[in-house]
Design a binder for this molecule. Structure first.
Ligand code: C2E
Ligand code: CA
Ligand code: CA
Length: 738
């Protein structure tokens, strides 16, 4: 069974190969066949072709040639001339097609169609001359031949050294015998018999016909497309019966016979002719097959060659980046393996740098894609010119270089002088991650990972370059946490409330809603840990939706119980930039019949400035709804308050890092004081986050701070405890200690 399958596959492989070749060659033929095909031939080769007394072309071949171009409506031109000139012109490309005897020698220069007729040669001498039994006996004799004709070639191929008497056509060769310039003529037999009879030449064949040869159309070997086209058309002319019609019209002329001379031996000759015909057909067939196989083999070899070329090109481009010509990640990796092995043996250490062109997106946005690509190509070229052990481009502006030794300063290794791109001078800026390859440290996968990790960490911390250290490695638990959050669909989540106290009255006027997650195996997880993970995993909006619904539900309950409280919910940058936040708020308000003034959204400075246009649009829509927004963690993001004011936020929350030590750190005290003053000037209320003691509260009161949210009054508590706390008041001023 497996053998059969193999054979079947082989056969199908061959059939498909041929089909592909055929389709390809037909497509190729279309483009290489001229509109007017120029045929050439002997001007005195009747009845196959000749120019008659009135100067018109005539003959069977002439008619056949015309019918070849008919089908596709092409034109044909027929140039008949001396045979030697015709064959020269075919070789030089001045003419396209010539009909001729097929021969081995000619097949080196020309491509042949399948034969359309078979012709033989004959040995002719003066009438009454003794017969010639064997062509070899012409050795040393003066033999008239057509110049560049097949007979000349066949004699030399058979090593029969005659004294050639060359004439421009077969008829002239026959006349050379009559004139005594030659003893014999060896010329195409069918044509010679007819000419001798019609022109009453005193000549006769001296033996049976020799050299049965296929008669074919030939084109230059350099024009396979034309050949393929011709072959196709000839096949159609033959199969459609048009060839038969033409041949029938010329049959009596071509198969001319004068019932004389050797015709006396007609029975013997007929028998011979029968044998000859069989041999001829067999030979013709095998010749044709051989030729076909040779041609197919050559085609296949060519196809294989170009396939090999294409494969090697493919292999190259699979490991190389087209834009920069540098190795891709895979290509660079394999270079890294080889080089590191060598360097390890030589006990030399290397350093691997992964560099990200930091401004690529900005360049593309500001100056267009072409300049961006130009920049990448220029950076690639610069790296290539440097003396690195290997250089690669992983795509989207991430490059990698391998250098020998250690690195103390990136500036020594990386040239950041301006590059000329599209007529502009541009300085390339990189974020660089560095890792070392040394000693037994030959695990290049690991080293590459380290360099890429260092680059990513550096980028997130806005650092120009960073050496890898194990502390950068991601938390292996993070993946499980993310997976579990996705799987558990909110199970284990809850919220608690941290009260906000109004400093002028000491009353609880609001609370921040803070999420809690009781993980089944890891226990209570801090939101400071899992919230950033969910943000990176694209899951934060699910959490926000949950918390928003809880907040509105709780606020509605508190109001219902006569304890209206404004609850603040944290939203992340991803929520603000997405499309859903407004809809989710609206849904929650509708679902629990909540009041918009009982809800406030907290957003950090950094998320506000990530896309100011979008955020201000969201804030404005929420304000229309009656939901106010506040800026969380103010002070850590370095943005100015007047800038933030344009986002229509009504509240500022001063970050705990300034509040908690404001009594110890003069600078922090100054910041808190300035923020409160400025916020009031801009009509915003101020919440101080994280006061833990009464002295700090007192100081905040003195500075006119509106509210506090800190452990000094209460930690975040579950809703059940919040009811109790909601009714408590903070001891203000003299009552602080109470
Ligand atoms: P945040 O928005 O700044 O929330 C205030 C955090 O400060 C809370 O930590 C709170 O417990 C803590 N805190 C308040 N007063 C004091 C104090 O006097 N001393 C000290 N040491 N800490 C105080 P928590 O609940 O662990 O939340 C941490 C962070 O997690 C939050 O910081 C917020 O960024 C994030 N987070 C919490 N809940 C959510 C949520 O539902 N959604 C989003 N997106 N983030 C949340
Ligand atoms: Ca907050
Ligand atoms: Ca905060």
């Amino acid at each position: 069974m497996p053998m059969n399958y193999k054979n079947e596959r082989k056969r199908w492989g061959w059939v498909c190969g041929c089909a592909v070749l055929f389709v390809a060659s037909v497509a190729c033929a279309k483009s290489t066949v001229p509109e007017t095909i120029i045929f050439a031939g002997d001007d005195n080769y009747p009845p196959l072709q000749w120019v008659d007394e009135s100067g018109k072309n005539r003959g069977m071949i002439f008619e056949l040639e015309k019918s070849l171009v008919e089908r596709q409506g092409r034109q044909s031109e027929h140039r008949l001339m001396d045979w030697a000139a015709a064959i020269d012109q075919l070789e030089s490309g001045e003419v396209d097609v010539v009909a001729m005897f097929a021969s081995k020698k000619r097949s080196e220069k020309f491509l042949f169609t399948t034969p359309f007729y078979f012709l033989t040669h004959g040995i002719y001498g003066l009438r009454g001359s003794p017969g010639v039994s064997d062509v070899a006996s012409l050795s040393g004799k003066r033999v008239a031949l057509e110049k560049k004709g097949y007979a000349e070639e066949a004699l030399s191929e058979n090593h029969i050294a005659v004294i050639p008497v060359l004439r421009e056509d077969f008829e002239a060769a026959l006349r050379a015998v009559i004139n005594g310039e030659a003893e014999f003529a060896v010329v195409p037999q069918q044509l010679a018999n007819r000419a001798i009879a019609l022109k009453k030449m005193d000549l006769q064949p001296l033996g049976p016909p020799i050299w049965p040869r296929p008669y074919v159309f030939a084109v230059s070997a350099e024009r396979p497309g034309l050949h393929e086209w011709l072959q196709n058309e000839l096949g159609l002319v033959i199969s459609s019966g048009r060839y038969y019609d033409i041949f029938e019209r010329w049959r009596s002329q071509i198969e001319w016979s004068e019932k004389a001379g050797w015709w006396r031996y007609k029975w013997l000759l007929l028998g011979l002719a029968g044998v000859l015909l069989l041999a001829l057909l067999g030979y013709g067939y095998s010749w044709q097959m051989r030729n076909l196989v040779q041609r197919r083999t050559r085609d296949l070899e060519e196809a294989l060659d170009s396939q090999k070329k294409a494969e090697s090109e493919l292999r190259h481009w699979a490991s190389h980046d087209r834009l920069t010509g540098l190795a891709t990640r895979a290509g660079f990796f394999s270079q890294l393996q080889t080089i590191s092995r060598d360097k390890f043996q030589q006990k030399k250490s290397c350093v691997l740098l992964v560099l990200k062109l930091t401004d690529l997106n900005e360049i593309i946005c500001a100056l267009g894609f072409q300049i961006g690509e130009g920049m990448l190509a220029a950076v690639g070229q610069r790296f290539q010119k440097q003396n690195f052990l290997a250089v690669g481009h992983f795509g989207r502006g991430v490059f990698a270089v391998l250098a020998e030794g250690t690195v103390s300063s990136i500036e020594d290794l990386i040239d950041v002088s301006p590059l000329s791109v599209g007529g502009m001078d541009m300085e390339p800026r990189f974020g660089v991650g560095v890792a070392r390859l040394e000693g037994i440290q030959c695990d290049v996968t690991e080293v590459l990972r380290q360099a890429e990790t260092a680059m990513a960490v550096g980028a997130s911390r806005r650092r120009y370059w960073m050496h890898y250290h194990p502390g950068m490695d991601p938390d292996p638990q993070a993946l499980f946490v993310i997976r579990d959050f996705r799987r558990m669909q909110g199970e284990g989540l809850s919220v608690c409330l941290q009260p906000q106290v109004d400093l002028s009255s000491g009353a609880v006027v609001g609370a921040e809603v803070l999420v809690r997650w009781n993980h089944p195996s890891l226990g209570e997880l801090s939101p400071a840990y899992f919230v950033p993970l969910l943000e990176r995993a694209g899951l934060i909006s699910r959490l926000t939706e949950y918390v928003l619904h809880e907040a509105v539900r709780i606020a509605a309950g508190l109001r219902h119980d006569g304890l209206p409280t404004c609850l603040s919910v944290n939203v992340s940058a991803v929520d603000l930039l997405g499309t859903d936040l407004y809809r989710v708020v609206l849904q929650a308000l509708e679902k629990y019949q909540g009041r918009p003034e009982d809800l406030r959204l907290e957003m950090t400075e950094t998320s506000v400035i990530s896309d100011p246009e979008k955020v201000s649009e969201v804030v404005a829509r929420l304000a229309e709804l009656g939901v106010e927004c506040s800026i969380d963690d103010f002070g850590v993001g370095f943005s100015s308050m007047s800038y933030l004011r344009q986002f229509a936020v009504s509240e500022i929350k001063i970050d705990r890092s300034f509040v908690s030590d404001m009594l110890e750190e003069d600078a922090h005290y100054a910041i808190v004081r300035a923020v409160i003053a400025l916020a009031h000037e801009l009509n915003m209320t101020v919440v101080a986050e994280g006061p833990e003691d009464n002295d700090t509260v007192k100081a905040l009161m003195d500075l006119g701070c509106d509210r506090i949210q800190g452990y000094v009054f209460s930690r975040p508590v579950p809703l059940s405890d919040f009811y109790d706390i909601r009714t408590r008041t903070l001891a203000v001023g003299d009552r602080l200690e109470a």
